[in-house]
Design a binder for this molecule. Sequence first.
Ligand code: ADP
Ligand code: MG
Length: 390
Amino acid sequence: MFELSTLYAAFERYFGHPPTRIARAPGRVNLIGEHTDYNDGFVFPMALDRATYVAARPRADRIVRVFSVKFREEDQFNLDQIVRDEQRQWVNYIRGVAKGLLARDLPLRGADLLIDSDVPAGSGLSSSAALEVAVGYTFQLLNNINLLGEELALLAQGAEHSFVGVKCGIMDQLIAALGEAGHALLIDCRDLSYRPVPIPAHVRVVVCDSGVRHRLAGSEYNQRRAGCEEAVRLLKPVLGKIQALRDVRLTDLAEYGHLLPPDLLPLARHVVSENERTLAAADALAAGDVVKMGQLMVESHHSLRDDYRVSVPELDTLVELALAAPGCYGSRMTGGGFGGSTVSLVAADRVDEFVAAMIAGYAIRTGRTMQPLVCTAGAGVSCVYASEEE
Ligand code: ADP
Ligand code: MG
């Protein structure tokens, strides 16, 4: 557990006065629903019990000073002239959020901010959305601004698009803003509606980072995206008013799949079947059927590996090891693929054995050290400390 008193003391030491607010926003893991977001489909993420924390105090001037504990570095900018920093990427998440609030004509005061996190960065647990949402919420608290969770998520996504230059979907920011403790969130990426689904107390979600990151991930991603759009274009003449693969059924593919070139049919099949699996998974979990949920996760992995072709041998190995390990209901790669992590559903009372088996198995099979993260579903963004003074 993150120590708030340590963060409070670090702020006081660095800035010479205590913080007036501390906010936190969680990282996330997607349980199922991969490569469906940009096809107007469904995703099913869970907020983690790990978060990014921002301790803050308003200033009388227009200056924002930000100290990142992770980077041991300070950024300083003026609210009246916010520009991208070409050298240091991390500062752009904060600057982008401030700029987005000002662009909405919301009044901001300067602030001292200190940021720390126990969300591992770059592991696919969306430390970036946790940072954006935590910072956005902090500015809200300091300036008495009221934004709905959806608006905060869109503000955070906008910062990542325009200031960081990553064209991410909305899932990460939505779950960071709207997650509920003990629940996963079924999100409809077409209209951003969502449904919280309780996660049974007798299971744990375990994230295993393969340690692999492929350079080609970006271009492969764009290629898959373009393939999905092309499939929609080719199916439109026979299916009528479809806007995205979200509108296509498996029965449609059985009838008209021959209209797609051989490389596009499996892509479409993954997206269409993944949407159906994601809806089925939410129903299974809601009914407490963790066995069914686990099966759907394994089917999702096979579809990502064989049809969408975004897995790598290390992810396949992690899934294979998980399915043979004690207490595991299901396992799959999570995130865009070409490296990154797997997510496994594990019986709570077997989780220590599971973790030990994964560490040993992965070391033997790949020579790599790997430390699984055992997670429960945390809450969305919140204020965890408010002083009496303004
Ligand atoms: P992911 O979101 O999967 O963790 P990203 O590459 O999207 O990976 O985001 C990681 C980046 O977010 C880091 O390189 C850094 O720029 C920024 N970041 C994350 N956590 C922090 C933090 N605690 N302090 C400062 N910057 C952070
Ligand atoms: Mg990210």
